[in-house]
Design a protein around this ligand. Structure first.
Ligand SMILES: Nc1nc2c(c(=O)[nH]1)N[C@H]1C(S)=C(S)[C@@H](COP(=O)(O)OP(=O)(O)OC[C@H]3O[C@@H](n4cnc5c(=O)[nH]c(N)nc54)[C@H](O)[C@@H]3O)O[C@H]1N2
Ligand SMILES: Nc1nc2c(c(=O)[nH]1)N[C@H]1C(S)=C(S)[C@@H](COP(=O)(O)OP(=O)(O)OC[C@H]3O[C@@H](n4cnc5c(=O)[nH]c(N)nc54)[C@H](O)[C@@H]3O)O[C@H]1N2
Ligand SMILES: [Mo]
Length: 777
């Protein structure tokens, strides 16, 4: 009998045992509310979706004219040949075009584990070769990461060191959650989460008598049993509602003038806008109600309640992953400032609370092991969601955060640990963009759609196939992640793959520093161990930690973070903004002269969606899936158990279903000017009328891989979403919302095959294919 060994994932700590060809998973005994996502893990050991051998796209190998990326055959080869091929191609591109022709942004969540983290590995590797064009910010929070530093201070001060669950349990009387706090989202935290506490914490807060207002088009964005008031808002209109609330505060004299005077700049100009003195439009509850479709009385009552209780305003990531996404983040801050509660225990403003399972927990008192990525000498970068623009428009000018910049001319794209055909918008446009580079290299664990658009696909192990150290921001448990299964097929660790290629390029010593993976783990562990020792804590050796299987890390005391310090003494602890105060008006942003993000937060109607029709009638919300992390392990049992007729479920309101003749369980076709997809209808009162909700993450499978405007037969919403930046300020993803129409699908239902693996055309042992290979320079 083998024993259960400790391991960790982005969705929870667990132990596993592999026996008789079966992987058993047990949640960590200390986790009060383990995630069902653990049910996706066993398939890793045997799924045909795994990449088993290095593979190369045939059209790339023999330089076939015309580019068939996404529709081509793959042939397999041995590791030494694959490593040679990648090395010689990298040598060519670096020599002929330089590092500014290599895109290594490689966005993506990859897996938990401090050393084998794919992004760190790929960045370190490319830096050893001379650098690469990088990407900045995230799909998660691209708009907030740019606006918050202008108006409140460093992003991580307010994302991480903000209001804690402890303070909420102690003091909060009313939580107004814009975008909700869906329990499904708190299942996950990047790097790991040993205790899922959000459900229990919210119950406790509710039991103490606190009230909740859920502002969302979807009712289950808040736990159903806590009696939250559901304000079923029109998607994309939160700023109008916030302005309506602000208007009530001012006209009823409920705003905190003293706070605004002492702690903010620019309120007077904002009030001119709010009351219509500057533009002739009063942002009254009536005005707001006409836009967001929340009743006037509801707005008035909520504003009154907010002013008379210890109120916490939360704004979810999702609100800013939309057109003009900077505005709700900023306007939420202004609303909280008007209530005068920023920096009070359990009051004020908490950005993205509930979006990830460790937000709101205490800070670790010691640093975590981190692999040195070295310095990147290339200055060029893009805001992460501008990838298709970059590939389609080399040399073209774009604006970002006060700078006019140009897109670099990319010849080679290197991706490890991310799935752009999951995370990017307007996939038909992304397919066109992915035809541009000369070479695309991907390390993948599985034949995702991104792997299927690459020229060289190298099979990577998952964490289950390697030893690592598990640790994450705000999680007090460090875990000895022990290998549970042998590598599947010929999969290798990203580190091993890069080491072999580096060797061929004469960079082995620089990349590996002559250390094995095991030696790296022991070395990286020392960062934390030394800090523990210095702080007088239990500081076991690496061997002792590895034997024990886990180690508890100390937490900092909760002092209320930078907001509390600022409130207590704004002169000695100013905010790190230009004025040292909360910037209701930002001189800096105003000076950029952007028409889509001005010096004050304000209401901007969404930009028109289409060239064709006037508009599509339904709002599509494409939010995070409850049954997986993004696209990861869509082939796992739990994710598959939620599919209907093999498709991703799409939820819609009964009224919208009836008027379109759609019944529960029907396959529907969603469409707009950009594309279309199939999905399975689930009719639900939890979805506001006029809204459809289709989670992200079903692997993109085109009906016709050769078509320019393919339909996804599986249910990936990004075939429909818009590929435009939030504004010239942040240029962030607007993937959360788009407009669509839907109809019952009556055609013959094509089978979904993408989760069943790739049909490989042959191997290099095959003489005809080997001949192609010889023709490669
Ligand atoms: N429409 C719409 N689109 C969205 C969003 C939305 O709200 N709406 N949300 C966005 C957000 S917030 C995010 S964060 C992104 C997420 O986008 P991604 O982070 O790109 O999504 P993942 O599915 O996590 O992709 C990780 C990939 O890494 C692979 N992988 C895992 N472990 C390893 C490893 O050790 N080595 C290697 N080489 N590969 C590994 C997995 O197989 C998987 O394909 O999506 C964004 N896209
Ligand atoms: N189970 C699971 N959990 C996850 C992830 C996952 O893939 N799976 N991904 C993780 C990641 S990377 C991130 S960044 C976070 C993302 O955190 P979020 O971006 O906050 O999560 P979403 O689920 O995309 O959106 C939350 C809710 O916002 C609501 N919403 C959408 N548009 C609007 C709007 O205009 N107004 C209002 N008021 N509400 C709106 C939707 O109903 C949606 O359910 O989630 C994390 N948690
Ligand atoms: Mo994210």
């Amino acid at each position: 009998m083998t024993s259960f060994k400790p391991h960790s994932s982005h969705w929870g700590a667990f132990s596993g045992r592999y026996e008789d060809g079966k992987l058993d998973i047990r949640p960590h005994p200390g986790d009060p509310d383990p995630s069902p996502l653990l049910g996706n893990l066993p398939a890793i050991a045997h799924s045909p979706a795994r990449v088993s051998r290095p593979a190369v796209r045939r059209g790339w190998l023999n330089r076939t004219p015309g580019n068939a990326r996404g529709a081509d055959d793959y042939v397999e080869m041995d590791w030494p040949e694959a490593s040679d091929l990648v090395a010689s191609e990298l040598r060519r591109v670096y020599k002929d075009h330089g590092p500014q022709a290599v895109f290594g942004g490689s966005y993506g969540w990859s897996s938990a584990g401090r050393f084998h983290h794919a992004q760190s590995q790929v960045h370190r590797f490319l830096n050893v070769l001379g650098g690469y064009v990088r990407s900045v910010n995230t799909y998660s929070s691209g708009a907030a990461m740019v606006i918050i530093p202008h108006v409140l201070g460093p992003y991580d001060h307010f994302d991480r060191r903000s209001v804690t669950w402890e303070a909420i349990e102690r003091s909060t009387e009313l939580v107004v959650a814009f975008g909700g706090m869906a329990i499904k989202n708190a299942d996950v935290h990047g790097g790991g989460i040993s205790k899922h506490v959000v459900r229990k914490t919210l119950s406790g807060v509710s039991a103490r008598g606190a009230k909740f207002a859920l502002v969302s088009p979807i009712k289950d964005d808040f736990p159903a049993d806590l009696g939250a008031e559901w304000l079923a808002i029109v998607p994309g209109t939160d700023v109008a509602l916030m302005l309506g609330l602000a208007h009530v505060l001012v006209t009823e004299g409920l705003h905190d003038r003293e706070f605004l005077d002492r702690y903010t700049v620019g309120y007077a100009a904002f009030e001119d806008y709010l009351l219509g003195r500057s533009d002739g439009i009063e942002k009254s509850p009536e005005w707001a109600s006409a836009i967001c479709e929340i009743g006037v009385e509801t707005i008035r009552t909520l504003a009154g309640n907010m002013a008379s209780a210890r109120t916490l305003i939360t704004v979810s990531h999702s609100l800013q992953r939309a057109d003009h996404g900077e505005q709700p983040v900023w306007m939420g801050i202004v609303l909280a400032a008007m209530l005068g509660q920023i920096g009070l225990d359990g009051g004020g403003y908490a950005y993205s609370l509930g979006a990830l399972g460790n937000i709101g927990k205490g800070q670790l008192a010691v640093p975590l092991p981190t692999l040195n990525q070295f310095k990147n000498p290339v200055p060029d970068f893009i805001p992460v969601a501008r990838i298709a623009d970059m590939l389609l428009h080399p040399g073209e000018e774009f604006h970002y955060n006060g700078n006019a910049m140009r897109y670099p001319d990319i010849r080679l794209v290197y991706w490890a640990g991310g799935n752009p055909f999951h995370h990017h918008q307007d996939l038909n446009r992304l397919r066109a963009a992915f035809k541009r580079p000369e070479t695309i290299i991907v390390h993948e664990t599985a034949w995702t759609s991104s792997a299927r658009h690459a020229d060289i696909v190298l099979p990577a192990t998952t964490t289950l196939e390697r030893d690592d150290i598990g640790a994450a921001d705000r999680d007090p448990l460090m875990i000895a992640m022990k290998r549970l299964i042998e590598p599947v097929g010929e999969a290798r660790d990203d580190y091993e793959i890069f080491s072999q290629i580096a060797h061929r390029l004469g960079k082995y010593e620089q990349f590996t520093e002559n250390r094995s993976s095991a030696e790296w783990l022991a070395l990286l562990f020392q960062t934390t161990q030394k800090a523990l020792e210095a702080g007088g804590h239990d500081a076991p050796s690496f061997e002792a930690f590895w034997d024990r299987g886990e180690m508890r890390l100390p937490l900092q005391q909760d002092t209320g973070g930078p907001a509390r310090a600022f409130r207590d003494d704004p002169d000695r602890s100013p905010l790190q903004t230009p004025s040292g105060k909360i910037e209701i008006f930002s001189q800096t942003i105003d000076s950029f002269g952007y028409d889509d993000c001005r010096g004050l937060p304000q209401w901007y109607p969404a930009r028109p969606e289409t060239d064709g029709r006037a508009t599509y009638p339904l709002h599509l919300v494409s939010n995070q899936p409850h049954q997986r992390l993004h696209s990861q392990l869509d082939y796992g049992d739990f994710s598959r158990s939620t599919k209907i007729k093999g498709r991703e479920p799409v939820r819609l309101n009964p009224l919208d279903a009836v008027s379109r003749g759609i019944a529960d369980g029907d396959i529907v076709r969603l469409f707009n000017d950009r594309g279309s997809c199939l999905a399975a209808a689930v009719i639900s009162d939890d979805v506001r009328k006029g809204v459809m909700q289709l989670a992200t993450g079903a692997w993109f499978e085109p009906d016709d891989p050769h078509a320019d405007r393919a339909m996804c037969i599986h249910g990936n919403p990004n075939i429909l979403t818009r590929d435009i930046g939030t504004s010239k300020l942040a240029q962030a993803s607007t993937g959360q919302l788009t407009r669509v129409e839907a109809e019952r699908f009556t055609g013959e239902l094509p089978p979904v095959r993408i989760l069943e693996g790739m049909a490989i055309a042959g191997s290099l042992d095959d003489p005809e294919i080997a001949d192609d290979m010889l023709r490669y320079p």
